[in-house]
Design a protein. Structure first.
Length: 234
């Protein structure tokens, strides 16, 4: 069984090679993103003399250490163990939940794919970085078995969004975020429950979480546990 970090590296490698102008080179101690359009980036999983020597041998590279923390870090991966049991929905959530994948696009409206346009604003991405940011979620839909999920209001505007990547062993939930006017109202939890009952059924489910988003309390209620906590140190 692959680890959480191995799962994410595998799928990001597919994305980098298939959609982004990046060649991702995996090392025992981390990964090197060879970027054709800007400065290279190296991520190492811990402080390492080998990694430092490697970085010093390359000109024009930014080096980030994924420094693992026992306490809450800037980034976390939570996991829910393999389960075939469906998880109950919240009774008081009556808004529409939909999902979109290019593998079944004939059965989904274009509006679901267009919901991606709301993602940068919900995540407070600066305007000058929106274009570069959008390449990753759109690329995942094009290159992986990825699916966009959304909770819509009565006017078909997305309230909460998430992206899932699924393979034979695991499902990962990325970009789980809500419109600021609808946060702390249970829509994130409702969407995760829908995902668990859908592509998460019978698999390990990972959720990538930035500090405080989403709430650890309801993740624990859904039987997730933190398996990795780290910060990026330049």
């Amino acid at each position: 069984m692959e680890s959480a970090i191995q799962f994410f590296i595998k799928h990001f490698t597919e994305l980098a090679e298939g959609f982004l102008d990046i060649n991702l080179v995996q090392r025992e101690w981390g990964v090197h993103l060879e970027r054709r359009d800007s400065e290279d980036m190296v991520f190492s999983f811990s402080l390492s003399r080998t990694a430092n020597q490697y970085v010093k041998s390359i000109n024009g590279v930014s080096h980030y250490v994924m420094q693992e923390s026992e306490k809450e870090g800037d980034f976390e991966i939570w996991a829910r163990e393999y389960s075939k049991e469906p998880f109950p929905f919240l009774d008081d959530i009556d808004f529409q939940i939909g999902n979109f994948s290019f593998s079944d696009r004939k059965r989904n409206s274009r509006s679901m794919y267009n919901a991606l346009e709301f993602l940068p604003g919900y995540m407070n991405i600066p305007p000058d970085k929106v274009r570069a940011f959008e390449r990753i979620p759109r690329g995942l839909l094009h290159t992986s078995d990825a699916r966009l999920w959304a909770v819509h209001d009565y006017d078909q505007q997305p309230i909460t969004l998430a992206l899932t990547i699924t393979d034979s062993e695991a499902t990962a939930i990325l970009y789980l975020v809500s419109n600021s006017s609808f946060r702390k109202k249970g829509y994130g939890e409702a969407l995760v429950r829908a995902i668990l009952n859908g592509v998460g059924m019978g698999k390990i489910t990972y959720i990538f979480r930035e500090r405080g988003q989403p709430s650890g309390k309801w993740l624990e209620r859904l039987k997730f546990r933190r398996v990795l906590s780290f910060s990026l140190v330049e």
